[in-house]
Design a protein around this ligand. Structure first.
Ligand SMILES: Nc1ncnc2c1ncn2[C@@H]1O[C@H](COP(=O)(O)OP(=O)(O)OP(=O)(O)O)[C@@H](O)[C@H]1O
Ligand SMILES: [Mg+2]
Length: 586
C-alpha cells in the first residue's frame, strides 16, 4: 500500500466525514432511535429482578399484570426504533454510495486519455462498484453499529452497577485485556484488506479483457490457458481472503473466552452471596441477564474496528482517483474559439508518451480550408500528431496554434466543438444507430441524420436492418461489420459538421467501390474545411492540397503528389511499393 502523508490522509477522512455530516438530521434521528433500542434492551435486563423477586418469590398479583404489559410496550418500542434506525442508516449509507460513485465517475470522465491507457478498465470499474460498497458498509456498520452498541453497553453497565457495584468492578477488570487483540488484529485487517481489494480489482480487469477479447482467446485455442490464469488469480484471492478471515475472526473468540472468565466469576461470587443471604436471586439474575446481554454488543463492537479498517483502505483507493489531477488543464479565463474556418499551426512541436520522443520538431502551417494528407510508415507518428489537435494529449515542447491562439489557452470545450474526428479504430456505443450517429448532436433532426448516413454510404445497409435507424448495434458496435462501423463513424463526423476535420484511416475497411463513393462524400465535406487526412492507400489522397511524409516522428518530405514523385524520396518509395514500377507517374 502506498503510504500517504498523515495530513493528506486526514483531509481524506475529513471529506468522508463531510459526506456523513451532510445527512446529520437523519443521523440524529437514527441516534434517537438507537437510544430507544438501547434503553429498551437495558430495561429488559432491569426488569428481571422485579419479575423474579416480586412475581416468583413474593407472588405479587399486581406485578404479575404490570410486568408483562411493560414488556410488551418495551418490545414494541424496541421494534419501531430498530426499524427506523435501520432504514435511516441505510438511507444515509446509500446516499453516500451514490455520491461517491457520482464523484468518481465525474472525475474519471474528466481525466485525459493517457489516464485510461495507464489504468485498467476493470480496475476502474472495481473502484466504482466494489470499493464504494466497502466504504458504505463501513459507514453503516460503524455509525449504526457502534453507536447503538455503545448506548446499549452504557445502559446495561448502568444496570450491572446499580444491581451490585462491587461485583461489577470485578467483572469489568477483564475488559481492557479483551480489547487488546481487537486493536492488534485491526491493523492486520487493514493490510490484508487492501491486498484483497487489489486482487479483486485485478480479477475484474482480467474478466473484462478476456470476455471482450474472447474471439481471440477462441481463435488461438487459449481457453485452457486463460482458465488456468483465472484459477491462479482466484486461488491467490482465496488465500488472501482466508488471511482476512483469520484476522477478522480471531479477536471475537478471544474476547468471548475472556468474557466467559468474567461470567464464571460472577456465578461463583454472586451465587456465594445469594447462598450466604447477602443478596436476592432477583438481583443476581438481573445482574447476570445484563452481563449476558452485554456480550452481543461488545462482540459487535469488536467487529466495528475491522469494518473501519477495511473501509479506510477502500476510501484511500477511491480518493486516489478522485484526487487525480488532470494534466490537460484549462486556464482560468480560457479563450473561446469562435465557430468558423481555422488555420492550424504546429510550431516546433515535440511529443513523447513516456520517454521515447514520438514527434520531433514538427513545423506545419495548415491554412483554413486546406486539405493536408499525412502519410508514412506504420508507427511514424501520424495518429499521435492529429491527437494533439483536440488536446487528447499536450505537446511536450513547442506549441499548436489555432488562428494564432495557443490551444492550451483555449477552452477545451470550444476547441473540441470545432473538430470532427474519425478515429483509426471505430468506436461506437451499445445504442441505436440513430443515437450513435447523433452522438454529441442529440437534437439533430431525422432528416439530417439520414443525410449524414447517405453521405457516408451507410443509408442502404441501415435500411436492410429490421429496425432501421433504431437498430441497437451491440457493445462497441459488435453486431456490425468492420466497414459498416467505419461508415457509421463517418456519418457521425459528418453530422457534427465542424470546421476542422480529422480522418485517420477513415475508409481503410471499405471495399474499393464503397471507398470511392465515401471518398466522394468526404471530398465534398472537406471543401472549405481545414482537413487532416491520414491514409495508407495513397490513391485515396490524390485530391489533397499538400502531402507530408512522416518518418520516425519527423516530417521528411512535403509537397504535392507530383513534386514528391519527382524528387524520388520516401513518398516515391511508398508509392512504388503500392503501385509497382509501371504505374509511377500516372
Ligand atoms: N499510448 C501510447 N503510449 C506509448 N507509446 C505510444 C502510444 N501510442 C502510440 N505510441 C507509439 O508512438 C509511435 C507512433 O504511433 P502512432 O500511432 O502515432 O503511429 P501511426 O503513424 O499512426 O501508425 P499507424 O499508421 O500504424 O497508425 C509508435 O512507435 C507507437 O508505438
Ligand atoms: Mg495511426
Amino acid at each position: 500500500m502506498k503510504t500517504l502523508p498523515t495530513r493528506k490522509l486526514k483531509t481524506r477522512y475529513k471529506n468522508l466525514l463531510i459526506l456523513i455530516k451532510e445527512n446529520w438530521f437523519k443521523l440524529l434521528f437514527a441516534m434517537g432511535c438507537m437510544l430507544v433500542v438501547a434503553a429498551a434492551t437495558s430495561a429488559t435486563a432491569f426488569l428481571v429482578k422485579p419479575a423474579l423477586d416480586d412475581i416468583f418469590f413474593k407472588k405479587d398479583v399486581q406485578m404479575l399484570k404490570l410486568i408483562p404489559l411493560v414488556i410488551i410496550v418495551i418490545y414494541l418500542l424496541r421494534g419501531i426504533g430498530m426499524y427506523t434506525q435501520e432504514y435511516l442508516m441505510n438511507y444515509v449509507g446509500q446516499v453516500i454510495i451514490m455520491r461517491l460513485r457520482n464523484d468518481l465517475y465525474d472525475r474519471i470522465q474528466e481525466l485525459p486519455i493517457a489516464f485510461f491507457q495507464k489504468e485498467k478498465t476493470g480496475v476502474l470499474m472495481s473502484r466504482i462498484t466494489n470499493d464504494v460498497n466497502i466504504i458504505k458498509s463501513m459507514v453503516s456498520t460503524t455509525v449504526t453499529g457502534s453507536l447503538k452498541d455503545c448506548f446499549t453497553i452504557i445502559g446495561l453497565t448502568g444496570v450491572i452497577f446499580y444491581r451490585d457495584w462491587k461485583m461489577a468492578v470485578f467483572a469489568f477488570i477483564v475488559l481492557p485485556i479483551a480489547f487488546y487483540p481487537v486493536v492488534e488484529f485491526g491493523k492486520r485487517v487493514r493490510r490484508v484488506s487492501t491486498g484483497c481489494q487489489e486482487a479483486m480489482a485485478e480479477l475484474s480487469s482480467f474478466l473484462h479483457e478476456t470476455f471482450a477479447g474472447n474471439k481471440i482467446v477462441k481463435a488461438f485455442g487459449m481457453e485452457r490457458y486463460e482458465k488456468k490464469r483465472f484459477f491462479d488469480k482466484t486461488l491467490a484471492l482465496f488465500k488472501l481472503e482466508m488471511k482476512a478471515v483469520v484476522a477478522k475472526s480471531l479477536p471475537s473468540p478471544i474476547m468471548e473466552f475472556l468474557g466467559g472468565l468474567g461470567i464464571a466469576f460472577v456465578i461463583w461470587y454472586g451465587g456465594y452471596k445469594v447462598i450466604s443471604g447477602n443478596s436476592t436471586a432477583g438481583t443476581f439474575f438481573s445482574f447476570m441477564a445484563a452481563v449476558l446481554m452485554l456480550y452481543d454488543p461488545v462482540k459487535k463492537l469488536s467487529k466495528v474496528n475491522n469494518s473501519i479498517q477495511e473501509g479506510l483502505a477502500a476510501a484511500n483507493r477511491v480518493y486516489d482517483i478522485i484526487e487525480t489531477e488532470s494534466n490537460i488543464k484549462e486556464q482560468d479565463n480560457p479563450v473561446q474559439i469562435q465557430p468558423g474556418r481555422h488555420r492550424v499551426t504546429f510550431q516546433n512541436v515535440y511529443f513523447k508518451y513516456a520517454d521515447n520522443m514520438v514527434l520531433k520538431k514538427i513545423n506545419l502551417d495548415v491554412e483554413a480550408g486546406e486539405i493536408l494528407a499525412l502519410v508514412g510508415m506504420s508507427g511514424g507518428g501520424k495518429t499521435s500528431l492529429v491527437n494533439l489537435i483536440p488536446r487528447f494529449y499536450d505537446v511536450s515542447d513547442g506549441q499548436i496554434l489555432i488562428d494564432k491562439i495557443d490551444i492550451r489557452n483555449a477552452s477545451i470545450h470550444s476547441l473540441r466543438s470545432q473538430v470532427a474526428i474519425v478515429t483509426q479504430e471505430p468506436i461506437l456505443f451499445n445504442d441505436t444507430i440513430r443515437n450513435n450517429i447523433a452522438y454529441g448532436n442529440q437534437n439533430a433532426s431525422d432528416k439530417k441524420i439520414e443525410m449524414a448516413a447517405k453521405a457516408a454510404y451507410a443509408y442502404d445497409f441501415i435500411q436492410c436492418f429490421p429496425d432501421k435507424f433504431e437498430t441497437t448495434i451491440g457493445e462497441l458496435g459488435g453486431r456490425l461489420s468492420g466497414g459498416e462501423k467505419q461508415r457509421i463513424c463517418i456519418a457521425r463526423a459528418l453530422l457534427k459538421d465542424a470546421p476542422i476535420l480529422i480522418l485517420d484511416e477513415a475508409t481503410s475497411s471499405l471495399d474499393t467501390e464503397a471507398e470511392s463513393l465515401v471518398q466522394k462524400a468526404l471530398e465534398n465535406l472537406m471543401k472549405g474545411r481545414t482537413t487532416f487526412v491520414i491514409a495508407h492507400r495513397l490513391s485515396t489522397i490524390s485530391y489533397a492540397h499538400r502531402i507530408i511524409v512522416l518518418v520516425n516522428g519527423q516530417i521528411v518530405e512535403e509537397g504535392k503528389h507530383d513534386e514528391l514523385i519527382a524528387c524520388q524520396g520516401e513518398y516515391y518509395k511508398l508509392y512504388q511499393m503500392q503501385f509497382g514500377d509501371n504505374q509511377i507517374g500516372k
